[in-house]
Each structure stands twice: as C-alpha cells, then as structure tokens.
Design a protein around this ligand. Structure first.
Ligand code: HSE
Length: 298
C-alpha cells in the first residue's frame, strides 16, 4: 500500500485569476493499492463517493486509459483534512492523488510534466493543480494542452490566515456567475496586479500586497455568495492583514499576514466575526508548502 500526501492550494490570490496559486500546509492523505474491484473507505467518517465516480478513482482510471491499460480496481482509503468545496483545492488534491498513485502502479510511464498536463485537462485550469504537484507559489499558463508553470518559494515573512466558512460553494456555481467578456481596462487592472503579486510574494515586498490582491475579474461577481464578504475584508484590514482575497472560487477568504498579524488574528478574528453576526467560521494559520504532493512509503 502506498500513501500519498497532497497539499491544499489557494488559487487566484485575488488578481491572478486561473493562473496563480500556492500550496499550503494542510493535507489530504490517500492510501492506495491495486485490487480486484472498487473499495473506497473514508478514514475520517466523511461522506464520500465509494464507487467509480470517486474523483481519486476516476482520475486513476483516466491515467490507465491514457496508457492503454485496463484498471482492474483499487483499494482506496481517504483522510481529507482539506475541507470540501471551500476554495482550498480539495478536488485538485483528489485528482493529483489518483494520478500519482496510478502512475506509480504502472511503473511511472508519465513524466511530472505529463501528469500536470493530464490533471489540468481533467480540472480545466492549472491554478490549483500545478501548486498541488509542485509546491510553493506557482505561475501557470496553458498552451496547446501543455501547462507551462514555474514554482518559486514564498518569503518566510508571510503567513496565510484562512477564514473558512461553515458553508460550501461549488466551483461550477461560482464560475457560472462570471461574465463571458471583460473590458480592456479590467484586463489590464488584473494583469498588472497579478504580476505585482508574484514579485511581491517572492521578494517579501509586503507593502505591495494590498494593491496586488485587488481584482475585477471574479471577486466582484462572487461576493454575493458569501454573506459578510465586505465585513470580513474590512475586519481583516483592521486586524493588520497585508492583503485579503477570496481563495480560489471561494468561499474561504485568506488574509496574508506577518508574524504580528498571526498573533492578532489568532486572538481576535473569529471573536470579531461572531460579534458582527458572521458565525461558524474557523481560522487556520497556514504556511506555504514548499514541496507539493509526495508518495510516502510507510
Ligand atoms: N481559478 C478557479 C476559479 C479556481 O476561480 O474558478 C477554482 O478552482
């Protein structure tokens, strides 16, 4: 049996819609072995699909098909610390685990680049998939079915205060709210800020983050799904956030904070939100995962 560990990811980082993402220190673990038939178990009692529609199984099967091999079955055990449908890359983590496991069982016929390409073909965009595989802060572009991505380390001065709401938001729903077309002004607005974001996170030029997270391509259309969105943003800046954005398609909101910010958020964030009637949210202080998904032999 192999164990695969895949990090949570935060996509978009506000302005980098469908192209920026980073890996975080929160993990799903998947134990896998080849079997006759489909056996899927949740180790943490979560309700998950236990048939071929399970995303880990489905992705593994996809890789077998790509290699012209028939998948006889798999025994899968899942432990999912990444909350589902919260904008922290739980679907990508399943896809990455399924592909990595299947590739290992077949003797590693696909390279890392081919795995990333196949995963993005399944997911549709690279901003969660690429950091889940590679770790760090990842900039990606898709061209002709190939993903061009670069992973860079993030300044150790920065931490991520994830405010996770008690409700889910499906990516299809959040994407469905977006317009088909944007103005050149809005395109340039995001382009300039996403470029600033990569440079600021890499270099630790923290004073640029508040501008770098600003976005006109998705957050303005998605905030309606998150009761209290503007209040959380305002509160986060009062508590010293360096930049607050909707993680991926939401609904989790992430504040980039320094060491002092970690202390203040731990002490006050959830209590302040409760006082303002925004209840049931929890806070996780996360760091950047530098390595990405790995197969562990226990
Ligand atoms: N870039 C994607 C989006 C991330 O914002 O819809 C969610 O998977």
């Amino acid at each position: 049996m192999i164990r695969i560990e895949v990090p949570a990811t935060s996509a978009n980082l506000g302005s980098g819609f469908d192209c920026l993402g980073l890996a975080l220190t929160m993990y799903n673990q998947v134990w896998m072995e080849e079997a006759d038939g489909v056996e899927i178990i949740s180790r943490d009692g979560l309700s998950i699909p236990v048939d071929e529609s399970n995303l880990i199984y489905w992705s593994a099967k996809k890789l077998y098909e790509r290699c012209s091999r028939r998948l006889p079955g798999l025994h899968i055990e899942q432990q999912s610390d990444i909350p589902m449908a919260r904008g922290l890359g739980s679907s990508s983590a399943c896809i990455v685990a399924g592909l990595l496991g299947a590739n290992r069982f077949l003797g590693s016929p696909l390279s890392m680049q081919e795995l990333v390409n196949l995963a993005c073909e399944i997911e549709g965009h690279p901003d969660n998939i690429a950091p889940a595989f590679l770790g760090g802060l990842v900039t990606s572009a898709m061209e002709g079915g190939r993903v061009h991505s670069i992973s860079v380390p993030v300044s150790p001065k920065i931490h991520f205060a994830a405010l996770i709401p008690p409700f889910e938001l499906k990516t299809e729903v959040a994407r469905g709210a977006l317009p088909e077309e944007y103005s050149r002004r809005d395109a340039v607005y995001n382009l300039s800020r996403s470029a600033l974001m990569t440079a600021a996170l890499f270099s630790g030029s923290l004073e640029n983050l508040r501008v770098a997270v600003q976005d006109r391509l998705h957050q303005p259309y998605r905030m309606k799904f998150i009761p209290g969105f503007e209040t959380v943003i305002r509160m986060s800046y009062e508590l010293g956030s360096l930049g607050t954005y909707l993680s991926g398609a939401g609904p989790t909101m992430i504040s980039i904070v320094d060491d002092e910010g970690v202390k203040i958020f731990r002490e006050h964030a959830v209590a302040h939100m409760e006082e303002m009637g925004i209840s049931g949210w929890r806070l996780e202080i996360l760091e950047t995962d530098p390595k990405g998904a790995r197969i562990c032999i226990d």
